[in-house]
Write a protein that binds this ligand. Structure first.
Ligand code: SAM
Length: 283
């Protein structure tokens, strides 16, 4: 048997709630909403509401979170739920030169292109979430503008951004995580791709990462981005760029404000499916 937490949320907030569940340690989150037919036998959804089924490593985690949220614990028959995800994990273009593919799909690359294989299920970052694709796209573009830059990926999840950066020739690449399960998934992903040049660091605070980086990327939520603004901004090298996501479109300005206060200059923002990425520079 394994344990999951079932949470009901307004449909427009489902992705945000899913991100929060991942932040709370979920190994995988299934979102059921009105955009797709439900599997036979699945209870109908109330109008305008989505159901999230978050899978956790232990029963304790589920019960602890159930007390903090309006979620209900669910005991499920042993099943390899990570396998059922595979049906949804497809090869995706991330940026001008980069792709993410499932390990079981082959991909013929054009000259100059790179791909990383990501096995879904253990951490956030298969490439399908708009914030992941927004960040991967930008790291690809920035490494065209600043070839061989150093890259710091804060909240690396599966490691997808750091792995793409390594494949695209970044010099020093560091991926940090505050969740040991996700960090283990990132290390596994690096081995799967035969990439041994990335430093993986268990760190809640970017102060623990020595040095400065030409490109710093943090796809974490607005709250930690605001709380860690001093420490994240300090990691951006002179003439370096900072890319922030994990932000709903309405939260972009607040993130920019927090980092302008740290002396960075606003460069641009890009939106996708209600989420956004913002970019700042250190002059
Ligand atoms: C939205 S996921 C992003 C994963 C991946 N970078 C991507 O773009 O798909 C955010 C990740 O950041 C991690 N995280 C949250 N706060 C963090 C912090 N203060 N330091 C390091 N990692 C953090 C979470 O555990 C989670 O794996």
């Amino acid at each position: 048997m394994s344990w999951a937490l079932v949470v009901s949320a307004p449909e427009e907030e489902a992705e945000l709630v899913a991100s929060e569940l991942f932040d709370s340690g979920a190994l995988g989150v299934e979102v059921q909403d009105h955009s797709l037919p439900l599997m036979p036998g699945t209870p109908a959804l109330p109008d305008g509401r989505a159901r999230l089924i978050a899978h956790f490593a232990s029963r304790e985690e589920v019960f602890e979170l159930a007390q903090l949220t309006s979620g209900e614990p669910l005991e499920i028959e042993e099943q390899d739920w990570s396998v059922s995800w595979r049906a949804h994990h497809k090869t995706m273009r991330m940026g001008p030169r980069s792709w993410v593919r499932p390990p079981w799909e082959e991909l013929k690359l054009s000259p100059g292109e790179v791909a990383v294989a990501i096995d879904p299920g253990m951490a956030f970052g298969t490439g399908s979430h708009p914030t992941t694709s927004l960040c991967c796209e930008r790291v690809d573009e920035l490494l065209q503008t600043f070839p061989g830059a150093d890259v710091l990926d804060i909240g690396t999840g599966t490691g997808v951004i750091a792995l793409i950066a390594a494949r695209l020739g970044a010099a020093r690449v560091v991926g940090t995580e505050n969740d040991p399960v996700a960090l283990a998934a990132a290390r596994k992903g690096a081995a799967l791709n035969g990439i041994d040049s990335v430093d993986w660091l268990l760190a809640e605070n970017p102060d623990d990462v020595p040095g400065e980086f030409g490109i710093v990327i943090a796809n974490i939520l607005l709250n930690p981005l605001e709380e860690l603004a001093v420490q994240i901004a300090q990691r951006v090298a002179p003439r370096g760029r900072l890319v922030l996501s994990g932000l709903l479109s309405a939260q972009g300005d607040a993130a920019v404000h927090a980092y302008v206060q740290q002396g960075l200059r606003y460069v641009e923002r890009k939106e996708r499916d209600g989420w956004c990425r913002v970019e700042l520079a250190r002059d």
